[in-house]
Design a protein. Sequence first.
Length: 430
Amino acid sequence: MVDEILNARPRHPDIKPGEIAVGVVIGRASEYFDFFVYAIASVLVFPAVFFPFEQRLYGMLYAFLIFSFAFVARPFGTILFMALQRRFGREAKLTGALFLLGISTAGIAFLPTYAHLGFASIVLLSLLRIGQGIALGGSWDGLPSLLALNAPPHRRGWYAMLGQLGAPLGFLFAGGLFAYLLSELSHESFMNWGWRYPFYVAFAINVVALFARLRLVSTGEYSRLLAERELEPTPVGELARSQGRNLIIGALAALASYALFHLVTVFPLSWISLYSTRSVSQFLTLQMFGAVLAAGGIVVSGLIADRVGRRTTLGTLAALIALFSWFVPSLMNGGDAGQTAFILVGFTLLGLSYGQAAGAVTANFPAKYRYTGAALTSDLAWLAGAGFAPLVALGLSAHFGLSYVSLYLLSGAAGSLAALSLNRALEIRD
């Protein structure tokens, strides 16, 4: 009788890669929206609100320093929450990450300014930013790795790029929201309360997105797939001993893309706001158009990678980014036309290269180490390539000239080419 009942239960169909991709896109888009809300506020708001005692340039540099704290904290968040998952399960880990992310983002929305709280407001902003980084490290759900392993062999480049679409989508929403507030509110209203609204929105989006992902990965079918693919956390010490080389090479393979990431999104906005008479809201609109080009480039990267291979795609784009780096000073100093060209070309190159960056940081790991390895390698790639990019680029350009930004971007391209030359296993494969 029991057998008859069990056999009578409806069997769930196998989960298709497209269904997994939906969860990946939802999660990544929400993370990037939160990411760009903080980044844009670091340029437009935080120097005046939290560092009014400094010149605007130095206030912005301090804001970028705090911005980098999340990238430093993120690997520690990954390690901490992986340990929680091994002890209490995936659902407990994601719930804890959701709780911490909600507190951190909402805390920034309600944070008193320097005028009201003094230096303590800066300390609290730093702690909340660290909390965001730890929470984002803990929010790794394994879906990108599951998508890569479940994708058809001849379509892995295509499915690898889907999660990367979260970056331009996040920028479009964040940039559009700030551009709208800047154009509709007076400067006084925006600086007093308007800047807080995007953080309220980020809090709401992250809560909804994390609950959606939690509901997805806690289902029996997804749990079965994750277990079958051995996508479970492994001790970090064991991972470092067994896969240390892959961790380093994976982090460096997409370094050009990660370095370019902030040099076309955050850095130009800071440069324009400091040294140009262009309208910031109009420049944000231009960057939003660039994000559309980046989204197109990400889609095209999937087609190219499936045709010529991920390693060839990444290597070619790293070389093109190296070439592009030499034009940074002339374009940024070239008035409105030059700056527009910098944004449009830069975002296009970013889309083409970033579209395969996720595959670069996961392709080398055996199944046993892929869950933890993919998370940590991504954390290290962000830290090495992008975490300090706005701070370094603005500091170098302000004190030594834009030619040093070229060298910074060129170093990222050189790092990618060196890593790719050491590793010939990045072709799209199991």
